[in-house]
Design a protein around this ligand. Sequence first.
Ligand code: NAD
Length: 303
Amino acid sequence: MKVLIADAINEKGIENLKEYADVVVNTDISPEELLETIHEYEGIIVRSRTKVTREVIEKADNLKIIARAGVGVDNIDLDAATEKGIMVVNSPESTSITVAEHTMGLLLTLARKLSIADKSVKEGKWEKKKFMGVELRKKTLGVIGMGRIGSQVINRCKAFEMDTIAYDPYLPEGVAAQMGVELTDLESVLKRSDFITIHVPLTPETKHLISTDEFEMMKDTAFIANCARGGIIDEEALYNALVNNKIGGAALDVYEEEPPAENSKLFELDNIVLTPHIAASTKEAQRDAAIIVADEIIELING
Ligand code: NAD
């Protein structure tokens, strides 16, 4: 099988695959070159740079498998792949711990004002009173979406002695109880939580799930973090909530537009912490993602 690696993935995955397939690594491939050469390949591995569009798939006469080393498959035209009988695989489990750890970092950064304290010290100031924080202990954590990542966040927050409630109408029965988590409705999560963290997919149902009305329901001291997908939080409503102190603060790893506009109003605020979609970016997660997708292709080769 001839496999194209179109985006940079961890070396270990490439090594494993080379034992079974003819591997071509071309991580600078342009959309035009991809269109011209895709018919040569039976497998392709991408991360997020390369877009496997309908146009690409239509030209992919020999393609059997499209592998995304990572979670979402937003850069792959799933309908076109299905129509052509091409298998699409990804590695959602590879990043769960990494994203959960990033979420913990954001929650602690919000609670202890770490990012603005860091900035202040580097500016030569010593503003101890300004950075009075709060503990996580005995606070209520509200988890929206209790899947792979949400559950890992809950496990970690247990060590911080937080009480957890969650909103996830699709969770199989018994899962929350088994983890000692009270499952409730969205309104209760918003009203009761001191820290809210979002771990749902972006769907028509979750688009702007958190908007003006939802911020109104939250405590004025509440912190909210989004390491899931941009668009789940309505950023205009978030800006208004932050500027009017309707909530205590927010942390975003994902945005409605990525990267956000250079003049984004969010950048003006002190009560927001921003990271550039790096929640899944650890060496361990990238290695595991590459190994998992290489294994999927090897399995296909071995029948
Ligand atoms: P998952 O599928 O394991 O869990 C998602 C959970 O959300 C499920 O339990 C599901 O029942 C629940 N859910 C779905 N629709 C819902 C709704 N309308 N209301 C409430 N709950 C709902 O997914 P996961 O692996 O835990 O990933 C969660 C999110 O994190 C996804 O959006 C994923 O794209 C994102 N993610 C982001 C990064 C990053 O780099 N920032 C990395 C990995 C994953």
